[in-house]
Each structure stands twice: as structure tokens, then as C-alpha cells.
Ligand binder design. Sequence first.
Ligand code: EPZ
Length: 419
Amino acid sequence: MEKMIIHGGAPLRGTVTLSGSKNAALPIMMASLLTSEPLVLSNVPRLRDVKTAMDLLTQLGVAARWIDDHRVELHAAKVTSHEASYELVKTMRASFVVLGPLLARTGRARVSTPGGCAIGARPVNLHIAGIRALGSKIQFRHGYVEAHAEKLTGGRIWLDSPSVGATENILMAAVTARGRTVIENAAREPEVQDLARVLVAMGAKISGAGTHVIEIEGVERLHGAEHEVIPDRIEAGSMMAAAAITGGDVTITNAPIEHLEAVATKLREAGVTVEANGKGVRIARNNGLKPVELRTLPYPGFPTDLQAQMMAMLTQADGSSVITETIFENRFMHAQELARMGADILMKGPTAVVRGPSKLSGAPVMATDLRASMGLIIAGLAAEHTTELSRIYHLDRGYEALDAKLSSLGARIERAQEQ
Ligand code: EPZ
């Protein structure tokens, strides 16, 4: 196992280019099941989760191969299995969105339920209710969801909450269903919009992606397509917080600023310069940080996937920041680790009060999820001496070449073998 060693204190300066979005790429890869023709995707990040998705598709009979560094061809000429095993789904929950496309293509699917997660319970009831509303029979047996439908039929679905994964699963199930499907209170995330774009390129009829109501007119079949995955807005926000905490000056050449409104607003409130710059964005900080209040919300609200990184940054603000996590019930695991580095964080239910500025001092730390790990790296960049982050397999699930990118900006960071 590897760990990351961060020697704090160097301001980040220079330019960096984002990788493709993990959370867009994963469901889009599953869409390859919907057609017998090849789906060619570019700007696919080289991540552990992408490898897991390739493994899952391969097990289902899809010919999955890298064409070059960031291009993948997925060809589901025949689907030879109906099962997503517990082994795979437990390592990557996003595997559960295979249910919709697998069922749509073959009429049946057996997919392990994901179980609990480090950041919250994360049930899949909304996915199931949606797939049922399209006429599928569903049974729960031996830890698996077994779905069966000769032909799915369009339906009207109102989601209790705008779940990203449920919207994606239902969308992929509905594109070849008989008739019209309406998803109300749908997720509006850019990743859902990117999935809808690739489905339309494959011949699907979808309107309203990016709004609360998505309408799908089922078509007989989908065909192959080529698609470029959007840049990763969460990687962008992470780099922005890293640049800000170190008092740096960084330009992200391909930051999707239109997807980062809430993040840019909070950074500006905190006294950080955020300027749109051609196709990218420049982040700079010369003065002290100011405290802010923020609440995580579904898109276009502030993303839960950037809460840990903002918390780390706000340890350096002059005053009390208030962070409320409304999406996941257990996503403050990083707070205790930040406290071990000297942060002053008061927890009360879903709210954390971060009192700054605290002098951070490097320490051995570890995290239980991807974004928490990134939060600790950000704290390490501003801490005195050395921070050692263990369990970095979490980071490798979702940040491509993070150490190389941060090093190119002047950070002193390296990987080492865990003793
Ligand atoms: C996606 O997860 C992302 N993952 C998550 O990113 C992200 O944190 C989350 O959306 C919210 O933005 C991928 O896209 C692969 P949800 P997802 O369904 O789809 C509840 C990361 O670090 N809910 O929108 O699983 C659920 O418990 C990851 O990259 C139900 O109650 O999130 C949560 O409280 C972590 N029933 C809320 O909705 C359901 O059936 C939002 O979850 C489904 C969800």
C-alpha cells in the first residue's frame, strides 16, 4: 500500500489541465450496453473506478479496450451475462447504474445491492421505484436485485429527492422503453446532462436534461456514437481550494466555470480571486481568507463532493465558518483528522463550525473516502512540516495523477510505500 507525503508551505503557481469527469464517465460507460455498435469515448480519466467499470462491462460480454491514453472503445455486440456481482458493486457503488441499461438491452438483470457506505446509508430505493414504474418486475434475493421485463414501458416518475444515480439509471432504462417517460424532480447535475448528451448522440429522444423534468420518448434501438467526456468540476474545485489555501496563483486551462457557479461564489466570498480566463479560470489569493457559510445541496447548489476540501481551506479563514452537509448523513469524517492537524472544528449534527485561522501542523492522517482524502491533502499543503496521508487508494479512485499535477504547480508531494 502507498501513502502520500506532503511537505507544506509552498504556494501553488502555474497552469494545470483537468482530467475528464469520473462521475460523468462511469454512467456513460454503462450506456455502451444499450447498443450492439461501438461507443467511443474520449477524455476518459485513467482511474481505478474506470478500471472497475471496464472490468464489469467485460464480465457482461462487452469488448472494452483503451484506444490510446484517454480514449476507450466499448463494444457490446452481444451481452453474455446479466449479473453485476457483489464483489464489483461493493468496491464501486456506481456499478449499480448498470441495472437500467442491462435490463433495457436484455430484459433481465441481476445486480448486487450496494449496502452501506462510509459517508452515509445511501439506499437505492429511488432507483428501484423508478425501474418498477417502467413495468419491470423486481425481486430482492440473496443480496441481489433481480429485475425482469419483456419490454419496458414508459411511465411517470416523481423522485422523492433528486438522486443523481437514480436519474441516470431510469434515464438509461427509459430510452428504449415503449412510449413516453417523464422523470420529475430529476437530478440536474452536469454529469446527468453529459449522459443525456451521449444518449442523444446514440439516437435517444430526450428533452429537459439539466432541468427538474426530463422527458424521454422511447425509440426502437440506439446506435454507436463518439463522445468527449466533460472536464471534472470536482477536480477543478479541489484545485481551486488547494491554490487558495496556499496563497497561490493557478490557472486551470479547461475549468468548466459554468458548472462551478456556487463554488466560485463561495471562494469569492472568502476573499479569493476567481476570474474566467478564456476557456479556463484563474484562482489567486494575496490577502487573508474570510469565513463563509455554506450548505451542500443538489446541483446547482454547493456540491457535497467539495465540502471536505472547503472545510480544509476554511481552517485558514479569519473567523468562524459554518458548513452544513445536507446530502449525506456521515460526511464529516475528515473533521477529526483535520483537528489532529490543529484545526478547531465544532461539530453539531449536520453542521460544522470551523474556527480559524488555525496553525496547521503536519501529522500522519488517513481518510475513509475520496473527497475526505483530498481535503487532508489540501490541509497538508498549508501545514507546517510533513503530512503523511495513508490509504491513498481512495484518491486513486477519483483523482488522476494528482501528485504529478500538484508537483507541476510547485507543491512538494510524493508517494511512498507504507511501512
Ligand atoms: C453521486 O452519487 C456521485 N457519484 C457522488 O460522488 C456524489 O456525492 C452524489 O452523486 C451527490 O452529488 C457518482 O456520480 C458515481 P445520490 P449518488 O443518489 O448518485 C439519497 C464522489 O466522491 N438517496 O444523488 O449515489 C442518498 O442516500 C461520489 O465522487 C436515497 O435516499 O448520489 C443521498 O443522501 C461520492 N435513495 C442523496 O439521496 C436512493 O435511491 C443523494 O444521493 C438514492 C439516493
